[in-house]
Design a protein around this ligand. Sequence first.
Ligand code: PLP
Length: 337
Amino acid sequence: MIELRSDTFTKPTHAMLEAMFSAYVGDDVFNEDPTVNKLQSMLADKFGMEAGLFCPSGTMTNQIAIKCHTEPGGEVICDKMSHVYIYEGGGIAFNSGCQVKAVEGNHGRITARQILESINPDDIHKAKTQLVSLENTANRGGGSCYDFNEIEEIKKVCLQNNLKLHLHGARLFNAIVARKESRKKYGNIFDSISICLSKGLGAPVGSVLLGNKDFIEKARRVRKVFGGGMRQAGYLAAAGIFALENHIDRLAIDHLHAKQIAEALSKKDFTGVMMPVETNIIIFEVGGDYTPKTLAEALKKKDILVSAISSTQIRMVLHLDVSDEMVKQIISVVESL
Ligand SMILES: *Cc1c(COP(=O)(O)O)cnc(C)c1O
C-alpha cells in the first residue's frame, strides 16, 4: 500500500531505530534525561530561542502554549480552518476557558488587517483578545505558506495591541525548506512555536514547544497537569534528534513529488479546483464521474490510500516513506483512471 492519507504515517527508518536504541536516558520529569535535554536545546538553538519542551503530541504543544498565553474568558484569533480550532477537540475552551474569533483566511492564512479588525474593544461586554495563533504551513490550506512580510505586519499589530503571537508550526520545516527561509527570523518574531517531529520529519512520536525561559518553565508545569510529563522519554527524543539531523533537507523531495502528482491530476477531467501546491500536501475538488469517496475507493483498489476530507475534496500528503518509484506508480494509476 502507498500511504498518502497523512505524513503522520511515517515509520522510523532502521537508522533512526538504532539511534533510539542507543540513547542515554534519565527521568525527564526530574529534568534528568540527557537526550530530551539535547533535543530541546538543539531545536531552540536552531531558531535562536531560549528553551524548548518535548511533548507527546502536537495538540499538546499547542494547547499548552494557548494555556500559558491566555486567561479564562479571553479570546484567541486564528483562521477558521486552523488545527487549534477545528482539530483539537474543543481544547481551547476545555483547557484554557477561552473562545475563538475564527477568521476567514486565504488558504488558511490570515492577514494583519483581518487581525486588527478582529480585536475586541476594551468593553466589559466583550471577551478580552489575548492571543493570535498562525499555522504555517496551513494544513487545510493545502500546505500553504505565509509570506514572512505578512507575519511581520501581524507582529506589529500584536505589539500595538498587547497580544501574544503563537506559531503552530506542525509543518514549519516544510515552509522553511519551500521558501528557503531563515529559522532565526521565526524565532525572533514569535512568542512561542510548536513543531511536530512525527510528520514529514519521520519520528514516531513527539513535538517540541519553543519559547523564552520563563514561558517554557510555565509550560513545563502545564505539561505536568495535562499528563504529559514523560519519564525515560530520551528513547523518543533520540528519534527527534535523528530526524533533525537527517530529514529536514529531504523535505524538498516530498514537495517535488507533490508537484509531479498534482500535474498528473490536473490533466484529469475528474479534478476540479486544486489548491496551490506549495509543499507536501495536495487538496483538490473531485467531480465528473467520481465523488471523493468513489475516487478514494478506486485508488485503494490500486494500493493507494488517500483521504476524502470533505464531501467535495480529496487530500494527498507526501512524506519520506513515498519513494520516486512509488510516485511513478501513483502517476500511472492516476493516468489510467
Ligand atoms: C498533525 C497536526 C498537528 C498535531 O497532531 P497530533 O496528532 O496532536 O500530534 C497539529 N497541527 C497540524 C496542522 C497537524 O497537521
